[in-house]
Design a binder for this molecule. Structure first.
Ligand SMILES: CC(C)(COP(=O)(O)OP(=O)(O)OC[C@H]1O[C@@H](n2cnc3c(N)ncnc32)[C@H](O)[C@@H]1OP(=O)(O)O)[C@@H](O)C(=O)NCCC(=O)NCCS
Length: 164
């Protein structure tokens, strides 16, 4: 799948993740989370039949610019989950996160999935803003689920979007 997207005057394109993307995925992930996932961990996920996702990069007249965001999801037995989603800091608030989530949801509609779940740190206002905007609702809370680098704990919200 190849999905073109405009943000202001910048053109972007999203396409299916491949194993070639795992170093860039690990780098983006490390820039956003206290417990980074390694290149190998991403590889181990991507080779699974149930796992899929998309990467987005700017369209340039020359060369192939690095990916600026990606989403990784899993679909099994009609239920899907977002494993992770990251947009590079310099490209946030330009619609890329929403576009990646839309790509996942579009795929899930074609697969006739029932629901999409995710877990998010309850202090992560940006991600919660994105998910609420997409119609996700809270269905649970996991107390002390995440640990920050300084050892502080925070809880996870479990959110769900009904797909049919
Ligand atoms: C969450 C994340 C992926 C959002 O990506 P993004 O490309 O910046 O999001 P978008 O520009 O598509 O935003 C879509 C909507 O989400 C909401 N949103 C995004 N960032 C927000 C913020 N900082 N504060 C409040 N709402 C926000 C808004 O409703 C926004 O729409 P608007 O810009 O028209 O108001 C990005 O902030 C990120 O990579 N964060 C670090 C990793 C992370 O926390 N991932 C989620 C783990 S569960």
């Amino acid at each position: 799948m190849r999905i073109p997207f405009m943000s202001g005057s910048q053109e972007y394109v999203a396409r299916d993740l491949t194993l070639d993307d795992t170093p860039a995925m690990a780098e983006l992930h490390a820039g956003a989370f206290a417990r980074p996932w390694s290149d190998e961990e991403f590889e181990a996920l991507l080779v699974q039949d149930t796992v899929f996702g998309y990467a987005v990069r700017p369209v340039a007249s020359k060369g192939k610019p690095p990916i600026q965001g990606f989403v990784l999801a899993r679909l099994a037995a009609g239920e899907a989950e977002i494993l992770t989603i990251v947009v590079a800091r310099a490209n946030r608030r330009a619609g890329l996160g929403r576009m990646l989530m839309d790509a996942v949801m579009r795929h899930l509609y074609t697969e006739r999935a029932d629901a999409l779940f995710l877990e998010v740190d309850e202090s992560n206002t940006a991600a919660i803003g994105l998910y609420r905007r997409l119609g996700f609702r809270d269905v649970g809370r996991r107390e002390g689920y995440y640990s920050a680098k300084d050892g502080r704990k925070s809880s996870a919200l479990v959110m769900r979007s009904d797909l049919r």
